[in-house]
Design a protein around this ligand. Structure first.
Ligand SMILES: Nc1ncnc2c1ncn2[C@@H]1O[C@H](COP(=O)(O)OP(=O)(O)OP(=O)(O)O)[C@@H](O)[C@H]1O
Length: 374
């Protein structure tokens, strides 16, 4: 019997000691898809990316730096192994780095900027053609322009295309959308979504914005004061009641679903997911079979003990209460399982008592079709 090839992975053990700040992390990440590094300002997200890129390191002799030996392995390539005295400099690590502000060469046009990235990659390692990077980021019409003649969103798309053109084995993105206004963000986000599906290049993505993370990242690392608070699949981490993300007004669930049908007449898309079917309002048509990642805020989910009839609410899902926690005075967060999907509902403590909510209790979760975002 043939055995399946091992799943690709990224391991990064970094212990970087600075005056007033220590980063001490052990990351075990999938070698595919987008992993978000998330946490408050100053928790060490950028330091983490810089460590993986080889832009920052302890004294090469770990005993002098009083740090645990570092190790960085990306899909089978060892970039750093302090214990074995192995260190690849940044230019020897096949990585692309995209920063908050696109740092393009002003004297080169867009074509020249992207070609610069391409030329630095040995022909044997080139996997992404310039044309492919240009097409993925939708910048074909901008090729002859100089960076000064680009909008913020366009500059960022060129910077991403330039990073991709180097055929990186890992793409590091440090708040690539943070400098953009909401409209520009909405312009660039769809390109980020498609690029990791089109190219099998893992992405480490630093962001402050949980909605961005929920939309893009399948996996996440929560950092606090230089340490890992938790790491795992996004849907799991954002619904764990022992972690801060599952509390407060922004608490939400992600639901990975597949389009079943789209009714163009009333703009309703029907999707299937592990907990059944959902109907959502969608102004754009979706083809059957298309994968949709949906987001539902905990405050938009209400609970009932019996399935209501004649309700305007489109989605009524059987679910089981898994856990409850006090959220804020008078409010409580309820974790529920609908099939294999974890949902969150934020209800008043009065309602929780009235419905005798407790682990194991069977309920119906009600979600308005207009409250589901994709
Ligand atoms: N070269 C350095 N020397 C000393 N301290 C540093 C250095 N670079 C960063 N720091 C400190 O390390 C800590 C982590 O910084 P880092 O930029 O990694 O955080 P961050 O989570 O990316 O923050 P933000 O979200 O604000 O960008 C901060 O306290 C910062 O002041």
């Amino acid at each position: 019997m043939e055995t399946a090839p091992p799943l690709p992975f990224i391991d990064a053990r970094l212990h970087l000691v600075r005056p007033g700040f220590t980063l001490d992390v052990d990351l075990h990440l999938p070698g595919r898809g987008v992993t978000a590094l998330f946490g408050p300002s100053g928790c060490g997200k950028t330091t983490c990316l810089r460590g993986i890129a080889g832009l920052t390191r302890n004294h090469p002799n770990p005993s002098l730096a009083r740090a645990r030996p570092g190790r960085v392995v990306v899909n089978g390539e060892v970039w750093q192994d302090d214990a074995a005295h192995l260190w690849r400099a940044t230019h020897e690590r096949a990585l692309g780095y995209v920063f908050q502000e696109a740092s393009l060469f002003d004297h080169l046009n867009v074509r020249g900027n992207i070609a610069y990235g391409l030329q630095r990659t040995p022909p044997a390692r080139r996997q992404v053609a310039l044309e492919q990077a240009v097409e993925l980021l939708g910048i074909g019409h901008l090729m002859e322009r100089k960076p000064q003649a680009l909008s913020g969103g366009e500059r960022q798309r060129v910077a991403i295309a330039r990073a991709l053109a180097t055929s990186p084995r890992l793409l590091l993105m440090d708040e690539p959308l943070a400098a953009l206004d909401a409209q520009r963000k909405a312009e660039v986000l769809p390109y980020l979504e498609t690029l990791h599906r089109a190219l099998d290049i893992p992405v480490l993505y630093v962001s402050h914005a949980i909605d961005e993370v929920a939309r893009l990242a399948s996996h996440m690392v929560l950092l606090r004061e230089g340490r890992v608070l938790a790491q795992g699949p996004t849907g799991e981490l954002i619904t764990r009641l022992d972690l801060p993300l599952a509390h407060g007004d922004a608490a939400a669930t992600v639901i990975d679903s597949t389009v079943q049908q789209h009714d163009a007449h009333d703009h309703i898309t029907t999707v299937g997911f592990s907990g059944g079917q959902l109907l959502l309002v969608s102004p754009t048509a979706h083809a059957p079979g298309e994968a949709l990642r949906l987001r539902v805020q905990a405050r938009d989910v209400s609970l009932a003990l019996a399935a209501p009839e004649d309700s305007s609410i489109l989605n009524i899902l059987p679910a089981t209460v898994v856990a409850l926690a006090e959220d804020s005075p008078g409010q409580c967060m309820v974790a529920l399982d609908a099939g294999a999907t974890r949902l969150l509902a934020r209800v008043t403590q009065r309602s929780a008592q009235a419905l005798s909510l407790a682990p194991g209790r069977a309920v119906f979760a009600q979600i308005k079709g207009i409250a589901i975002v994709n």
